[in-house]
Design a protein around this ligand. Structure first.
Ligand code: NDP
Length: 328
């Protein structure tokens, strides 16, 4: 008889998905050329959407959610991987259309996997997760646009969330002066411990604003979208750039072209899900080098698989600080 393993699954429900904990065998897994024994996963905003049904991200019912996992290869028909290799997975539709990280086993395409870089433990890899890897992509986008620490302050929105927390830690370590925009001013000590020099209340940015404002930021990492992104664009200095990756306030962008045509501002979109493998490897290697792991430890909320449904609800309500590490 095949060995069983535990999995969190969502079934289509009338109003919200129905969450079940099932015992599966490897025969129940989806197609793929590499099987992984998962040690850890995490809870990202998108996982919260899948678990609560707050937005229709699930494209396969029933589904094992979990857009990230880390673990050890147990079987491989892929030339790049052998049993015993430690691997990380982020995105590629895993946890949306393909069984994901909320189980003790996964079978996926080897092309989706990144070798776990030396110096990053499995738990740290999930403390980073899609949120932290996206934060790194945002920092890389600013660097590629020529933003250096001498250009001025960098604004990070959604600061106490996963993307925001890791972006602050990365930027501070790289020598930038970081200003954190948050709705949780009670988290000032936490955000300063990550490296934020200054905190602003997100209410300053969240309502309809002017097409052009005072030039305040050399660049920004925006996880929030909507009026916040529009206001951030209006406050970017001449030739500055905004790396936009999120929609925590909303997917709309009620903005003006003025920052683009009068200040040469660049709006750089950042996608982590379909990013080619070489750029993922670049980002993970930079995380190994440029993230202060003591700061990462301060962001971690540890959880078991049983706690994942409640954490999915909390992250949608904006109540999760930093990053969740789920031990399978
Ligand atoms: P979190 O929930 O951890 O963080 C989001 C933060 O945004 C919250 O902590 C909160 O920060 C702020 N926020 C929440 N609601 C609002 C609101 N109504 N108005 C203004 N700010 C708000 O999520 P993640 O960090 O995991 O993800 C952040 C965003 O980035 C999400 O929209 C997610 O979908 C997106 N994302 C996109 C990726 C991509 O590939 N492009 C990859 C990963 C994430 P505070 O309390 O400090 O105000």
């Amino acid at each position: 008889m095949s060995e069983t393993f535990r999995a969190l699954m969502v079934q289509k429900g009338d109003k919200a998905p129905i969450i079940e904990f099932n015992d599966l065998t490897e025969n129940d897994l989806m197609e793929g050329d590499v099987t992984v024994a998962i040690s850890h996963s995490t809870v990202n905003y998108k996982d919260g959407l899948a678990l609560t049904g707050a937005a229709p991200v699930v494209r396969q019912w029933p589904l094992i959610p979990g857009i990230d996992f880390v673990g050890t290869v147990t079987k491989s028909d892929n030339a790049d991987f052998a049993p015993g290799d430690q691997v990380v997975l982020n995105g590629w539709g895993v946890g949306e259309a393909h069984f994901g990280g909320y189980a003790e086993r996964a079978r996926v395409k080897g092309d989706w996997l990144v070798p776990l870089p030396d110096g990053i433990t499995p738990a740290h890899a999930m403390a980073i997760g899609t949120a932290g890897y996206t934060a790194m992509l945002c920092v890389l986008a600013l660097e590629k646009a020529g933003i250096t620490p001498d250009k001025g302050d960098i604004l990070v929105t959604g600061a106490a969330g996963g993307v925001g927390s890791v972006a602050i830690a990365l930027l501070a370590k790289l020598g930038y002066r970081v200003v954190a925009s948050t709705g949780r001013v009670s988290e000032e000590a936490y955000l300063k411990s990550l490296g934020a020099a200054e905190i602003i209340d997100r209410n300053e940015l969240s309502s309809p604003g002017r097409p052009l404002g005072k030039e305040r930021w050399a660049a920004a990492v925006d996880a929030v979208g909507s009026h916040t992104l529009a206001n951030v664009l209006s406050q970017i200095k001449y030739d500055g750039v905004v790396a936009a990756c999120g929609l925590a306030q909303g997917p709309d962008l009620p903005a003006s072209v003025m920052p683009f045509i009068l200040r040469g501002v660049t709006l750089k979109g950042v996608d982590s899900v379909m990013l080619p493998k070489e750029r993922r490897i670049e980002a993970w290697n930079r995380l190994a080098k440029d993230l202060d792991f003591a700061k990462l430890d301060a962001m971690i909320v540890n959880a078991s698989l049983d706690e994942v449904p409640a954490l999915g609800q909390s992250i949608i309500e904006g109540k999760v600080r930093g990053r969740v590490v789920v031990t399978l």
